[in-house]
Design a protein around this ligand. Structure first.
Ligand SMILES: O=C(CO)COP(=O)(O)O
Length: 250
């Protein structure tokens, strides 16, 4: 299965900055390794500019960080999945910890986004992960199970396995420089794999599980080599072409 190497730019980069980085990235990466898929997820204002810079560069994709699960309507400030596909997006995120914990999104809303995005032409990356107090309280599995079961509740068992991705992002490792240790990653990913098999049967073995949280050029090869790590979702280190191109090729 191809590893999914994704850049989450969060609320960084104007159109000009995004264009510059996108063209630099294409130049630095050159040909994407055959076993990799590359996805850049800019703020919505810069998605189309990045898609244009990627142009015909083979294999570079763009995605959306968020959307509202309706076709269209009176939802000031929101954008719809069909507006993301209109901007050439192939993927979107749901349930990122910043959406959950800064903007108060709960599991049910996250689940509606996953289902609605899939029904409207997007592949969906469901982000899950425990907070530090949940880890200290021995509740990692309980939290992951709930986020997966509710987040994937509306997803048909018949969807292609490449349409859904789970990103394990322990909240305490995001933007802190404190990457989860190999045992923590392997344990969490194995647990997620088991839940995916419970939910989707055999297909659960081929649904990709990304790791996210302080991924850098210097640690990404080791992380990508761990069991059940089928890609990475990168924040800070995805903002420079130099570091993200190293991660793509690691
Ligand atoms: O939130 C993340 C990706 O979605 C991870 O961010 P950092 O790589 O900056 O820790």
């Amino acid at each position: 299965m191809q590893k999914l190497i994704a850049a989450n730019w969060k609320m960084f980069k104007t159109i000009g900055e995004a264009r510059e980085m996108a063209s630099d990235l294409v130049r630095r990466v050159g040909e994407i390794p055959a076993d990799r898929e590359v996805l850049v997820i800019p703020p919505s204002t810069a998605i189309f500019a990045v898609a244009e810079e990627f142009g015909h560069a083979k294999g570079f994709q763009v995605g959306g960080q968020n959307f509202h699960p309706e076709v269209e309507g009176a939802f000031t400030g929101e954008i719809a999945p069909r507006m993301l596909t209109d901007l050439c997006c192939t993927y979107a995120l749901a349930g990122h910890s910043e959406r959950r914990h800064v903007f108060g999104e709960g599991d049910e809303l996250v689940g509606r986004k996953v289902t609605f995005g899939l029904e409207n032409g997007l592949k969906m990356i469901l982000c899950v992960g425990e907070k530090i107090d949940e880890r200290k309280g021995g509740r990692v599995e309980e939290v992951l199970r709930r986020q997966l079961e509710v987040g994937l509740a509306g997803v048909s068992r018949d969807i292609p396995e490449t349409d859904i991705v789970v990103a394990y992002e322990p909240v305490w490792a995001i933007g802190t420089g404190e990457v989860a240790g190999p045992e923590e990653i392997v344990h969490a990913h194995a647990f997620i794999r088991n839940v995916l098999v419970e939910l989707f049967g055999e297909k659960g073995h081929s649904i990709r599980i990304q790791y996210g949280g302080s991924v850098k050029p210097k640690n990404c090869a080791d992380i990508l080599a761990l069991d059940n790590v089928d890609g990475v979702l990168v924040g800070g280190a995805s903002l420079q072409a130099e570091s993200f191109s190293q991660i793509v090729k690691a």
